[in-house]
Design a protein around this ligand. Structure first.
Ligand code: AMP
Length: 214
């Protein structure tokens, strides 16, 4: 079962992907994580992508599609989750070609639905571990000892540049203009599954799991 998880920024795609990886052993392809790692390592791709990430704008399609192509071809066998790609209809169309070449299928496109007011508070309170990528929230899921990452003990838990107010506004607008049309796109393909993304992580996970099994 290969799935796409999509939804507005802050809808919980990263958190739910981590649970799917941990509990169902799925492979995770997150274009956001790939770009952040390239930025951190100051690769050519990272230097090119940084300004887009910091401002909350989409990295150009050709750059993004080439990156996904490499990952899809290098990926070992087994089920995968696409998280954060595609982000617009032209990327979705490119994905059809990439999957065909890699002889893989996309079985379901899971849309995580969360009201906009919840998204803003989720994003502005979000903190991320720069070392292992674990995600926290200043009030909803604080660090257990208040200082270091619960998972890897790094003290570098920070607020992503794109979780600051101006970038959040841009990301929500980019989502509304470019990504939300994917709902219609996957509905027409007959693989759209809508999931209520509100409530506790575990509740959302159970909803996802039941749809994956169905
Ligand atoms: P995310 O972690 O998925 O919220 O992605 C963080 C940032 O990475 C986005 O705001 C974009 O700048 C960039 N990004 C991630 N995925 C894509 C994509 N499919 N197309 C273009 N830019 C992307």
């Amino acid at each position: 079962m290969n799935i796409l998880l999509f939804g507005p920024p802050g809808s919980g795609k990263g958190t739910q992907s981590s649970l799917l990886v941990e509990r169902l052993g799925m492979k995770h392809i997150s274009t956001g994580d790939l770009f952040r790692s390239a930025v951190k390592n100051k690769t050519k791709l990272g230097l090119e992508a940084k300004k887009y990430l910091d401002q909350g704008r989409l990295v150009p399609d050709t750059v993004t599609i080439n990156m996904v192509e490499e990952v899809l071809f290098d990926m070992p066998k087994g089920s995968f989750i696409l998280d954060g790609f595609p982000r617009n209809v032209s990327q979705a169309e490119a994905l059809v070609g990439l999957l065909g070449k890699a002889k893989k299928n996309l079985d379901k496109a899971l849309f995580l639905e969360v009201p906009t007011e919840d998204l803003v508070s989720r994003l502005s309170g979000r903190r991320t571990c720069r070392s292992c990528g674990a995600v926290y929230h200043v009030s909803g899921k604080p660090l257990k000892n208040g200082k270091t990452c619960d998972q890897c003990d790094s003290s570098d838990v920070y607020q992503r540049e794109d979780d600051k107010p101006e970038a959040i506004r841009t990301r929500l607008k980019v989502y509304a203009d470019s990504t939300s049309p994917l709902k219609d796109y996957y509905q027409k393909k007959g693989i759209l599954v809508e999931i209520d993304g509100t409530g506790r992580e575990e509740e959302v996970f159970k909803r996802i799991q039941s749809k994956i099994k169905a």
